[in-house]
Each structure stands twice: as C-alpha cells, then as structure tokens.
Design a protein around this ligand. Structure first.
Ligand SMILES: Cc1cc2nc3c(=O)[nH]c(=O)nc-3n(C[C@H](O)[C@H](O)[C@H](O)COP(=O)(O)OP(=O)(O)OC[C@H]3O[C@@H](n4cnc5c(N)ncnc54)[C@H](O)[C@@H]3O)c2cc1C
Length: 369
C-alpha cells in the first residue's frame, strides 16, 4: 500500500511527488509512457514558474529570452524588452525526464500502465485497477493532463453535484531544426488568426512554432504550420508535429472527494489568455501535496485544505479568463495599448520579477498614491 499514488508524470505529478517524498511518504507514479516521451508543449516557462521548481532546472534551459516580439494584425510589430529573463525556453521531453529522474532518485516507484480499468474510493484508501495490476494508496492525485481519465472516473460521474469546471482550448506545435535559432526573437503573432496567435520560440538547436486558439470552431491544421514556417523561417522542414488540448477553467474546480485530488490540466489549471500551464501545473501539484501532508492522517480535511489553498491561483486563472475575453474581442485595442511602454513596462517587469498577474495588477494598484 502506498501513501500517495499519482497518475501522470508531467510537471504537476512530479512537483507533487517531490514534496511528498521530501517528507518521507511512499509514492507511486503511474504513466502510460516510458520517458523520455514527446509532450505537445512549447516549453516556455515564465519566471514565476521557473522559480517554483524545488530543484535546479537551469541545466534544462535551452535559451533565456529577454525580448518578446508582438505582431499585431496589419500593424508594425513592437518589442517588449527587459534586462531580466522574461521566459525560460525548455524542451518538455527533456524537462519531464529530468523531473521524473529526480523523484525516482528520491524514492518514487514509477510504473508504466496502458489502461486504467477503474478507480474506487474506499473508506480508508483508493484502489486503482489497471491493465498491469491493482494498486492501493491512501490518496490519489490525478495529474494525467487535459484528457484526464482520473477526472472522468471521479468528477464526471458526479455531474449532479458539480457542473463541468474545465474547458478545452487547442494548440499545435512543431520543431524546425536550424543552425542559428538565435536570429529569431520569441514572438507572439496575432496577425494570422482572430481568437489566438501563432508563436515562434527559439531554443538551442531549433525553433519551436505553433498555433493556439480559444475558438472551439477553428480546426487547426498542420498545413497552416507548414505555411507559417515557410513564410517566417524560409524553412518548412517541420519535425515532431503534435497537437493537444489545453485545459482551462480550473477557477471553478472544487475537489469533491476525500481522497482524490486533481492537479494541473486535469483540473483545468491552465490560463486561457496565452495557454500557459506549466506554472499552474507545478503550483497545483505542490498545493495538493501540501494539503495531504498537512491533514494527514485526517482525510476529512484534505479537500477543504486543497480547496482553500487553490484560491490564489484560481484568482489568477479567473483574471486571465476575463482578460482573454476582452483581449480577443478587441485585439487591436488591446495590442495597441500594450505597445505603449508605459503600459507594457509594469507587466514585463512584473513577469521578469516572477510575479503573477494578480500580484502585478493589484500590487501596482495598491502602490498607487
Ligand atoms: C501545443 C502546446 C503548447 C504549449 N506550450 C506551453 C508553454 O510554452 N508554456 C506553458 O506554460 N504551457 C504550455 N502548454 C500547456 C502545458 O503543456 C500544460 O498546461 C502542462 O503540460 C500541464 O501539465 P500537467 O502535468 O498537468 O499535464 P501533462 O504535462 O499533460 O502531463 C500528463 C501526464 O499524464 C500522462 N497520462 C495521460 N493520460 C494517462 C493515463 N490514462 N494513464 C497514465 N498516464 C497518463 C501523460 O503521459 C503525461 O506524462 C502548451 C500546451 C500545448 C498543447
């Protein structure tokens, strides 16, 4: 019997595992893939996310970006620059392998499963039946991403108690290998689609490009990526093309089980404006671990503690949600405003200092005389 079973070895799962193992708990991690495995993700980590990792991930950083190019529709691009890093570029398969090895070294039991047959919450444990074997743990953390199976077993069967708390946005991405990725700036290009953007993220030996949209009716096509690469990089040799949903809406997530907690994309913990999810995944994973550690062995308190501890990131997710509505409804006004240094400076400085959107907005409001 394990103290905690975690399904999913992405940033949310390994962040939770790390803290639980640090306090001596017996942790099982299940994933459906052997690592390293490809994960659809551009791997851009904002400073607030980078500094959240409890171990040093500097070896995983492929590039530090201090300049962001913004390309508004039919307008001249503008640049946001800071002395400090605005975004740390990583490669997800490398970062996730690094994190998984870190928790295995700390004592996590990692197993590969192909199918979860059932998840049953009992009086004093949770039982997970898989194609490999059955596992028992005092608690289960569902960290299995946007298409979470744990969520399906736990929350969706309780629709009467809980309205659907998550929404799926979509993104596709690809890598373009090249000798000089540094000739490109990190770029958000809003000129190509209405409710979303194309991106260019330079790494060490390649540039990652992709498309993100909040429009559920827009069918993102790999052909669009080929054309974009040809147009912007004069190179259409795309590798590792992958699309996947990003789960937002987690500001409505309320844990409804005594022994099963959802974290990261499984709980809708990505923001809707730009689709950032790594910070929220790591943070929610750490909060779930903290709730279990603080309430142990009183399972009654786990969901209350987790619920309360999520409040701050849920405020942040909510702020992103409403700003995304406004932003994509009036993109030209939003981008025009953002092009003024007086407006983009507090955001850029705040991000570079590792602040959240709530800290930037409310911090700057409260410091106004
Ligand atoms: C194209 C794209 C680009 C993105 N770019 C960025 C970015 O640059 N920066 C950023 O912050 N966010 C980005 N995101 C969002 C980010 O990838 C996610 O928010 C983040 O990965 C969520 O982490 P997680 O640990 O919750 O889930 P995941 O990273 O999805 O990890 C889930 C894990 O669970 C495993 N799993 C899934 N199902 C099962 C199952 N049934 N049984 C066992 N294991 C299972 C998976 O194999 C995986 O290892 C991007 C997303 C996409 C799709």
């Amino acid at each position: 019997m394990f103290d905690v079973a975690i399904i999913g070895a992405g940033p949310a799962g390994t962040a939770a595992a790390f803290d639980l193992l640090t306090r001596g708990l017996k942790v099982l991690i299940l994933d459906k893939y052997e690592f390293p495995r490809k994960k659809a993700c551009a791997g851009g980590i904002t400073p607030k996310g980078y500094h959240l990792f409890k171990y040093d991930i500097s070896s995983q950083v492929k590039r530090k970006c201090r300049t962001v190019k913004i390309n508004p529709s039919n307008k001249t691009p503008f640049f946001i620059q800071e002395k400090k890093t605005l975004c740390y570029m990583t490669k997800r398969e490398d970062l996730d392998l690094f994190s998984l090895n870190m928790v295995i070294e700390k004592g996590a039991d990692f197993r590969i499963i192909k199918k979860i047959h059932s998840i049953e919450e009992k009086q004093s444990s949770v039982e997970i039946r898989t194609d490999v074997q059955s596992f028992k743990a005092s608690y289960l953390i569902g960290a299995d991403g946007a298409n979470s199976v744990v969520r399906r077993f736990v929350s969706e069967t309780r629709r009467t108690q809980q309205t659907r708390f998550y929404q799926k946005q979509f993104a596709i991405e690809a890598d373009v290998m090249m000798d000089r990725p540094d000739q490109y700036k990190m770029e958000f290009d809003f000129s190509k689609i209405k409710k979303g953007y194309y991106w260019i993220f330079p790494k060490d030996d390649h540039v990652n490009i992709g498309i993100y949209t909040i429009d559920p009716n827009l069918n993102l096509k790999t052909q669009d990526l080929f054309e974009y690469a040809e147009d912007k990089l004069s190179n259409n040799k795309l590798g590792a093309i992958k699309g996947y949903p990003i789960c937002t809406g987690g500001f409505n997530y309320r844990p409804d089980s005594k022994r099963i907690l959802l974290v990261g994309d499984a709980a809708g913990m990505a923001e809707r404006l730009l689709g950032e999810g790594i910070y929220f995944a790591v943070k929610s994973g750490q909060l779930a671990a903290w709730s279990i550690l603080e309430s142990n062995p009183e399972a009654e308190f786990v969901k209350e503690l987790y619920s309360k501890s999520l409040k701050l990131i849920q405020t942040d997710l909510n702020l992103h949600h409403y700003s995304s509505k406004w932003f994509y409804k009036f993109p030209w006004i939003s981008l025009k405003s953002l092009s003024f240094r007086s407006i983009n400076r507090p955001f850029a400085q705040g991000y570079a200092d590792g602040k959240t959107i709530a800290q930037i907005l409310f911090g700057s409001l409260s410091s106004k005389k």
